[in-house]
Design a protein around this ligand. Sequence first.
Ligand code: FMN
Length: 335
Amino acid sequence: MNLTTHYLGLELPHPFILGASPLASNLDRVRKAEDAGAAAITLHSLFEEQGLRQEAGLDAHVHAYEESFAEAGSYFPKEAEFHLGPDEYLAHVSAAKKAVNVPIIASLNGTHLGGWSYFAKEIEKAGADALELNLYYQPRVSDETADNVETRLEEIVKSVCESVKMPVSVKLSPFFTSLAHFARRLEEAGAKGLVLFNRFYQPDIDIEDLELKPKLKLSNSSELLLRLRWLAVLSGRYQLDLACTGGVHKRDDAIKAVMCGADVVQVVSELLTDGVERLSDLRCEMSRWMEDKEYESLAQMKGSMSYRHAPNPEVIERGNYMRILQSWEPADSID
Ligand SMILES: Cc1cc2nc3c(=O)[nH]c(=O)nc-3n(C[C@H](O)[C@H](O)[C@H](O)COP(=O)(O)O)c2cc1C
């Protein structure tokens, strides 16, 4: 089965790639991911707060929080808690690139214009094939308009894209007032792809000690539905390549993502739980299913469930919404 796909200018033998995570945070893991058949490897992120600390004069971000209230610094991980500092990160990109033959996608994570372009250039020099920019941001203040947020994020993307030749993708949250419009702004700013979507890791609350309890829960397949909807909306609309991240655990999850228009699917939680070897199972299972269904290639299946084939997407969405609500069968206990 021809599972070839294209993502960020890279020709990949199949759509299964490693998402940003500790699964590639050292060279043994990077090699293991290649052995498990990852079509590309996304490295974990270098965080703005780490990078900015390094660059002279740009140490302000964390300290600004620290000055505003005493315990603020304690919310940030200490230097030693990050997998790698900025210099080690660049060395890791370079070593990973030499260690394996699959493309290496580096990741920068942050929300303020600052040292991004500098680090993007260094990452490119270190040999990364592409860069994923994770714009993890949750607006809270009332005087920041939706347009302010989008303009700031767009400026970051533009400044990075202008400073490097390697392709840049943007990992987004689903929470934009008009995501399709913002996607267009990102494309105009130079992005070559979108990664849909960031998961938000809202901390729980310890009611005894009045403390936040940051605890990471891995995803499950139900999270995929939000991604499917937006893949279907955005697919074919722009030149942007699309990666699905969040909720890909089973063969059918990946098939649905591709049908909705994903060029690649990133997998993390499933591999953290059942081992990175699951990647090749997923690929084989997808391939077998496609053979049974007499597909000739991934390209033939890609985007087949995208909205671009729908004559009137708005009516379909509205109709589905009403049908879903009406389809609920109340249990006897509510009467
Ligand atoms: C332990 C862990 C670490 C992660 N680290 C990063 C990271 O450094 N940068 C990033 O953009 N996403 C990171 N992610 C998010 C994943 O890349 C991915 O988007 C998310 O887990 C959803 O995919 P999944 O459902 O396959 O897990 C991390 C996720 C996990 C579980």
